[in-house]
Design a protein around this ligand. Structure first.
Ligand SMILES: Nc1ncnc2c1ncn2[C@@H]1O[C@H](COP(=O)(O)OP(=O)(O)OP(=O)(O)O)[C@@H](O)[C@H]1O
Ligand SMILES: [Mg+2]
Length: 378
């Protein structure tokens, strides 16, 4: 979709900011460019839509050299959200979003319709916001308008340079979530620049780590966290990369649905004891006739009340002790640590027991990739 081939950028003062970049951006994916300040992220991005000329090498867009596109066609194909929002202060929200459609000569009716559509998409009420000026909006709202503007002419490609850089961490998380939702619908090919590794891991289908104008490592977030290529990448992703990896995996990918230690509330105490021993665990989950999780029973409880499972079990609310399929493994781990569980039940929204997840499974996952740590180029 976008391919950098030996791309070099030398500025007129002789400084070489990009030193032979080779990289393929895949269609429909978010590719994150990340690296220390000055490593060439913005420069690389601006060569894609020819805001900067290329000194050597070339960039293919949809298989064609980007120099062969008429400028107008590139503008239509490639939306651009610039570093620090960059709305025009004396333009209304409508006029800001309409910039590219107007350049393309759309008629005003079509433009108004598109602007309202985009404001809806980014979660701003068109009637309330259309005629406001940027200074009348909060930082987060301005950022949303910036994203709407980049989507103006419905380009297949978007360049987003630290689009959420200028805002507080909480609003930023909201915007990240919203944007991922939007991307699910629109499926654009996106280059997304950030220097926040957590943002890169969350937003990226792939991450390109740049250093001094060169590509240091290019892979999926999971592979980068599991197999950082050298010390630079390892330091860059941080010492808590195991935990970060757990944030990428959902509970349903790790849960066991077969060997779940569970008994029915009307089962006997003997049965419970047998299940606990068979599974080699300390406790079994107790479910009612509808399969809803009602608590757990352990050997201690059985010793105290050897006659009745109802007496032996510890009743608990499934919201309290269960995790959901779509929780991340990292969330499951915090839940388990908080409750000192070595195994935790996975429940659906009405509390039915779907499976279980063990502390061991989480530890194994976190440790994958640590084995080949040393002797790997650093
Ligand atoms: N017009 C220019 N002339 C000379 N050098 C430039 C010019 N523009 C940028 N540079 C240099 O090129 C290098 C890369 O700049 P670039 O803006 O691409 O960095 P970046 O990775 O986007 O950094 P940041 O994270 O701070 O935005 C920097 O060292 C910068 O000083
Ligand atoms: Mg930059």
């Amino acid at each position: 979709m976008i391919e950098f081939q030996n791309v070099v950028k030398r500025f007129p003062d002789g400084f070489t900011a990009v030193k032979g970049l080779n990289l393929k951006v895949h269609e429909g994916e978010i590719t994150v460019f990340i690296g220390p300040s000055g490593c060439g992220k913005t420069t690389s991005m601006r060569m894609v839509n020819r805001l900067l000329s290329i000194s050597e090498g070339k960039i293919l867009v949809e298989g064609r050299d980007n120099k062969d596109f008429p400028a107008e066609e590139l503008r239509r194909k490639i939306g651009y959200a610039i570093q620090q929002i960059g709305l025009f202060p004396h333009f209304t929200v409508l006029d800001n979003i309409a910039v590219v459609p107007r350049l393309l000569g759309w008629d005003e009716t079509r433009i108004r319709k598109r602007v309202d559509e985009l404001l809806d998409l980014v979660g701003l009420d068109p009637d309330v916001n259309r005629d406001k000026y940027p200074r009348q909006l909060s930082g987060g709202q301005q950022q949303r308008v910036g994203v709407a503007r980049a989507l103006g002419a419905d380009p297949p490609i978007m360049l987003m340079d630290e689009p959420f850089g200028a805002i507080d961490p909480i609003t930023r998380e909201v915007l990240q979530e919203e944007f991922l939702q939007i991307q699910k619908e629109i499926g654009k090919t996106i280059i997304f620049v950030t220097h926040d590794i957590d943002e890169a891991i969350k937003m990226g289908d792939r991450i390109a780590i740049l250093r001094d104008g060169l590509l240091e490592q290019y892979d999926t977030p999971d592979n980068i966290l599991a197999h950082p290529k050298d010390r630079f990448v390892r330091d860059f992703v941080g010492s808590d990369r195991s935990l970060k990896r757990l944030g990428l995996v959902r509970v349903h990918e790790l849960m066991d649905t077969e060997k779940v230690p569970s008994v029915r509330i009307r089962d006997t105490v003997e049965k419970a004891e047998q299940v606990i021993k068979e599974h080699n665990v300390r406790s079994a989950f107790v479910v009612d006739d509808d399969g809803e999780l009602r608590g757990w029973v352990d050997l201690d409880g059985i010793r105290h009340s050897p006659k009745s499972l109802l007496d032996a079990m510890t009743e608990a609310d499934y919201h309290e002790i269960g995790v959901r399929k779509n929780n991340t493994a990292r969330e499951a781990l915090s839940a388990m640590v908080a409750r000192s569980f070595r195994i935790t039940p996975v429940v659906d929204k009405s509390g039915r027991l779907l499976g279980s997840i063990t502390l061991k499974a989480l530890q194994d996952l976190a440790e994958q990739g640590w084995g080949d740590e040393e002797g790997n180029g650093s």
